[in-house]
Design a protein around this ligand. Structure first.
Ligand code: FEO
Ligand code: CA
Ligand code: CA
Ligand code: CA
Length: 751
């Protein structure tokens, strides 16, 4: 078996790049897979490359269990209880017959009764967004509640009629949030407009209650638990990097506090009842005048490779929304705009400017939904990168707590964190966030390497620890010729520069890891890999002649740093990867703390008629750009998509349900694909479908419709209409949480 994944077996020599694996080697490896699989499972109709991700195995599909390759059995999935939804381009939410959906919480909706309903004209002042829904709803979780006194609650994991819904507001749709007749989006002279944009980011925690007669949820206005977390909210930094020089700013001279959370994409939760929000593209927000003085392409050498890799560099010359343009404005208070300019100021030290403000973002952030006064805690032990989300393995008394995480950028990685301390159901902390200190501030961050043996086709993986005693990190850090010289001497610096560390230790660059999900039936872990235009096919005539996308500059740097090629590899076998796929793995001994695993690919996204439809998708389940991913308590896997222009035939984004089987069964059952993957929902114009949860009784499903009409293509959903399945005739589109129910009041997805 090879020590390194196929993608890392070669290095630069004399500045010339060699391919990691040539086409002949790849073909030989795929041929072996096909031959073996043909014998075992009779699969002969798929193209060769289509089987590149499949591990050998057999699935009998008979009776009420599936026999796994190791002889163990897994229960078969229950059947879907809904009819397939056809793709469409309607400006509404489409559901199977017998299902309904209401709009529960749309952008601008107030949770205080003394605020008027949202005008949907953008005329309300910024301060009101401390009490109104933020924009671009993303990951979310329902926390069931038991009322112990009037507006006084405790968590009840079995409660379905009352709960706190925590919702991420990932970003903003600038064109739809300001007064179109007055101030204009993009006008950076208006202080209140910028403040509104900052306050429309973050998280909502709102109490919601279900009416038993109608089955409809409403917001419980004025509850003391209702809360907005925004770009202004006080944050506490925790874990090994907290207090380090790298996190000190003019505002936080001890490096222990910060302000706000940004680009809160997917989410997570903990076994002790807290919500995790995750900071994804935080490098969108900062301005760095060092490298963009004339607006020209940034020079990675000037900015420093290591910093560039770590995402401290800016992604947009002035920051995506130009917030730092208002630095020094006469109405600015507490450097609310200046802090987004990370240029070191002449004659100043790091505690006199905001050069380190970028280092305060890119973390997993823990929120106690039952303590609205508590500052959220940024957990630096879980690394700093474009955190999509954090998904816990099933927790066991006396076992460490484990979280799986993805870094959503092209050619970035999959990680896990293993706590140093074993979990005790009777936790030692005095509050949920203090319990979080116990399990999330001390532990080991690992990054994944996906291997495949070219001789046997066996697909294994290794978790590589990112610690100062890692010999690769030590060597890079002590080598004065290395761009990483001095970077990995201590854990704080390793964590702040997680991406650089992951590259150095030879982790496998993936096709944009988005959501993860842990199968409640068998503990296996799934990740969506949404797409990757920088994954190059082995047939590319000139590897260097590709066109760079908007992230291309970064990828040139990462490629240089890693001294390696990013061609097709078994775990990411399509280059470019236009449609995405879902990879999954089972930890050795089914132990989440294992340092090894086996993996396969569950499904490849594609048009049904596409040339790389390796999973034999049909009209009822063709999809591309998988992103959201979630297991319900019955073991159905829900898949959400993000890219409406590339959904088959330009249709809108969608959500599907799958019956997943297990690693080793060959992935989606290509001979029976419609029974194992089925479309459940299609969204309105211009939206992304993301964020999902259900009440414990499975009778109400929460789904987020993010940025409808983002491209200004004539969408109106839902405007002021509360029936999510009806198109609105006029009005501006708004992101919203919807609640889906069955008209017969039964459980969703499967009986
Ligand atoms: Fe915010 Fe990776 O999607
Ligand atoms: Ca996402
Ligand atoms: Ca996405
Ligand atoms: Ca998105």
């Amino acid at each position: 078996m090879s020590e390194k994944p196929l993608s890392t077996q070669s290095a630069h020599s004399n500045g010339a790049t060699k391919r990691a694996v040539n086409r002949e080697q790849m073909n030989a490896w795929i041929e072996q897979l096909v031959t073996r699989r043909s014998v075992l499972a009779g699969a002969t109709t798929l193209s060769l490359a289509g089987l590149a991700g499949l591990v050998l195995g057999a699935c009998d599909g008979e009776g009420d269990v599936t026999t796994m390759p190791d002889g163990t059995t897994q229960p078969l999935m229950p059947e879907f209880n809904f009819e397939v939804v056809s793709l469409n381009m309607d400006d509404k939410v489409t559901l199977p017959p017998g299902h309904s959906a209401q709009v529960l919480y749309a952008y601008g909706d107030p949770f205080k009764s003394d605020l008027a309903e949202y005008s949907n004209m953008g005329t309300e002042p910024a301060w009101q967004w401390d009490y109104r829904a933020g924009d671009n709803h993303d990951g979310m979780r329902f926390f069931g509640l038991k009322e112990i006194a009037d507006d006084d609650y405790e968590l009840d994991p079995n409660a379905s009629d009352l709960g706190i819904l925590c919702v991420n507001h990932e970003k903003i749709t600038q064109a739809l949030m300001h007064d179109p007749e007055g101030r204009r989006s993009g006008d950076r002279n208006d202080v209140d407009e910028v403040r509104k944009e900052q306050r429309a980011h973050g998280v909502s925690c709102v109490v919601i209650q279900r009416d038993e007669a109608t089955g409809q949820f409403t917001i419980v206005k004025d509850s003391k638990y209702n809360r907005r977390i925004t770009a202004y909210t006080e944050m506490h930094l925790h874990g090994p990097a907290a207090g380090s020089d790298l996190l000190k700013t003019k505002y936080s001279q001890n490096g222990l506090a910060g302000r706000g959370t940004l680009y809160n994409c997917a989410n997570g939760y903990t076994p002790w009842g807290t919500y995790l929000t995750c900071e994804e593209n935080y490098d969108f927000y900062f301005r760095d005048d060092r490298t963009v003085e004339d607006g020209s392409k940034r020079d990675p050498e000037e900015i420093g490779y290591a910093n560039y890799l770590a995402g401290i560099g800016v992604r947009f010359p002035d920051g995506r929304y130009g917030w730092a343009t208002l630095a020094g404005h006469m109405d600015e208070s507490d450097d609310e705009f200046s802090r987004f300019n990370i240029t070191p100021m002449a004659g100043k030290s790091a505690v006199e400017d905001y050069r380190n403000e970028g280092n305060q973002f890119g973390y997993i952030v823990e929120i106690d939904p039952l303590d609205p006064q508590a500052a959220p805690r940024k957990r630096t032990a879980l690394g700093r990168f474009s955190h999509e989300g954090a998904w816990p393995a099933e927790v066991g008394d006396g076992k460490p707590v484990v979280f799986y995480m993805g870094d959503d950028d092209q050619l970035q990685f999959i990680y896990k964190f293993v706590s140093a301390k074993a979990y005790a159901a009777n936790n030692p902390g005095s509050s949920p966030l203090d319990i979080g200190d116990t399990y999330m501030d001390d532990g080991t961050l690992y990054v994944a390497r996906f291997d495949a043996d070219p001789m046997t086709g066996r697909q294994t993986g290794v978790w590589i620890p990112l610690r100062p005693d890692n010999p690769d990190l030590k060597a890079a850090s002590e080598d004065m010729q290395s761009p990483f010289y001095g970077l990995f001497g201590g854990l704080a610096s390793i964590l702040v520069h997680t991406r650089a560390a992951a590259f150095v230790v030879g982790a496998t660059p993936m096709d944009r890891p988005e959501w993860g999900a842990v199968n409640p039936r068998n503990g296996e872990v799934y990740f969506t890999l949404t797409n990757n235009s920088d994954r190059r096919g082995f047939d590319d005539a000139d590897l260097d002649a590709r066109t760079d996308g908007d992230q291309g500059t970064r990828d040139e740097v990462t490629e240089f740093l890693a001294n390696r090629e990013f061609g097709e590899v078994p775990s990411n076998p399509r280059g470019p990867n236009s449609h995405g796929h879902i990879i999954r793995f089972r930890e050795n001994d089914n132990d989440p703390t294992s340092t090894g695993f086996v993996w396969d690919i569950f499904v490849f996204g594609s048009d049904a008629g596409g040339p790389t439809n390796f999973s034999a998708l049909t009209a009822g389940n063709e999809f591309t750009d998988c992103d959201g991913l979630w297991f319900d308590s019955a073991g159905l896997l829900w898949i959400q998509t993000d890219d409406d222009i590339s959904q088959p035939d330009g249709n809108h984004n969608q959500m599907l349900a799958a019956t997943p089987g297990a690693v080793g069964d060959g992935g989606l059952d290509a001979g029976n694909v419609d029974e194992s993957l089925r479309r459940f929902l299609v969204g309105p114009i211009g939206c992304e479908i993301t964020g999902i949860d259900m009440t414990p009784d499975r009778r109400s499903m929460f789904v987020n419709i993010q940025h409808p009409d983002e491209r200004s293509s004539g969408g109106h959903w839902p405007a002021d209409n509360r029936d999510a399945t009806r198109a609105a005739a006029a009005g501006r589109a708004r992101s919203a949480t919807i609640v889906i129910t069955r008209d017969d009041g039964g459980p969703l997805g499967t009986a």
